[in-house]
Every structure is written in C-alpha cells, then in structure tokens.
Design a protein around this ligand. Sequence first.
Ligand SMILES: *Cc1c(COP(=O)(O)O)cnc(C)c1O
Length: 231
Amino acid sequence: MSTIADNIAKVRARIREAAQASGREFSSVGLLAVSKTKPADAVREAFACGVADFGENYLQEALAKQLELADLALTWHFIGPIQSNKTKSIAEHFHWVHSVDRLKIAERLSAQRPAGLPPLNICLQVNVSGEASKSGCAPEELPSLAAAVTELPNLRLRGLMAIPEPTEDPAEQHAAFARLRQLQEALNPALDTLSMGMSHDLEAAIAEGSTWVRIGTALFGARDYGQPTHS
Ligand SMILES: *Cc1c(COP(=O)(O)O)cnc(C)c1O
C-alpha cells in the first residue's frame, strides 16, 4: 500500500472506532481530506481510495489543483480565512465554504454564486476559544449572523465550524466541541452539519457530534510551508 492509502485506512479505522464508542454510524461522519500545500497527485491517490471531499485554504493553490484534477468528480470545500476580494472565485469554484464568519462575506458569496449552480453550502465559523483565537464570529453574534445568512438566496446554511485552540487535554477538547454542538442546538436543531475535529482531536470531535472531520497531516503527512504556493 502507498503511504496515503495506508494513512486513509488508519484514519478510517480511527473514525470507525470513535463513532462506535459513541453509538454513532460510521457513515454519519464525513472525511474531509485537507490537501493544502499538497500536490494534485496526492489528491488523485486519495480519490483512488474513495475519498471525494477535499478542503483547501489558499485560493490560487486550490484553483490550480482543481484545473489539474478536472477529470475527477471531486467536491471542494473552502476552509481558510476569506478576504473580500476572493469571494467571487470561491463562489464560482467551490461546493462548500466552512469559514464564513461575517455577513459581508456571506452577502458577497450569495451575490456572486453563478446562476445555474446549486446553492453554496455554508458553515458559520465560531470562535469557541475566546481571546485565544481571532477567527470565527463570537458566540453572541451567531444568532443574528445565522438569521441573515438564512435569508440569502444562493447560500444554504448547513451548520457550524470551529477550530479550537490546540490542546492535548481530552477534557478541553471535548469541552470546546460540546460548546459548538450546544450553540448549534440552540440556534436550530434542524441544521445537519458540525465541521469539527482535525488530525489530533478527531476522536473528541466525533464523540461530540462532528459530521465532518477535516484531516490533513494524518492523511498526507506534515506540511512544508517553505514553498511559495500560498495566495
Ligand atoms: C489545515 C487545516 C486542517 C487540517 O489540520 P491537520 O491538523 O493537518 O489535520 C483542518 N482544518 C482547517 C481549517 C485547516 O486550516
């Protein structure tokens, strides 16, 4: 087996075990492969193992990869911070955006979503770590942001996303993910998506209800930020 195939098998085993431990179906937890900084060939290899959802943070890098991989039926998720001048391209080239944290960005994505494409799937990114984190809307702002996003014609609000402060303490991991789940339940129990959990904390996230774990390192290895692939 290739390293990527081997890693996918290991991550799937972790997801299966975590799901089982909390009485959930394996199929209720989506595997979002985070391919940022990794070459198109790595995506191709993961796709050959049945992974079809890929997450990217850097627009120019993502667009180049999408072009190279146009022959594959992939679902692309934008998961990075969003500047206003990138919304048009994101609205045109992605199926999901997990990192919407202010109304201006949502309005632009809706206005710029091309006619003929289905509504763009949206997760609102919430800051569940307080002072320690700068990205994500404050929990207090979430109800008004969600209400406004729901009104936008070309977006479909699916749920919430968070990137808690990294910690190795399982109790702290659980607390942050539980917070996101509780915010979602208070907001609208009909929302079907909780995007939470990364390579180091997917078990805690699944125990707290994650429906997308966003996994980079555990699938593709450590990232090298020395290359000028960012935008
Ligand atoms: C890079 C990234 C991930 C993947 O993190 P790993 O620790 O490599 O699994 C997940 N989510 C977001 C938003 C990221 O930027």
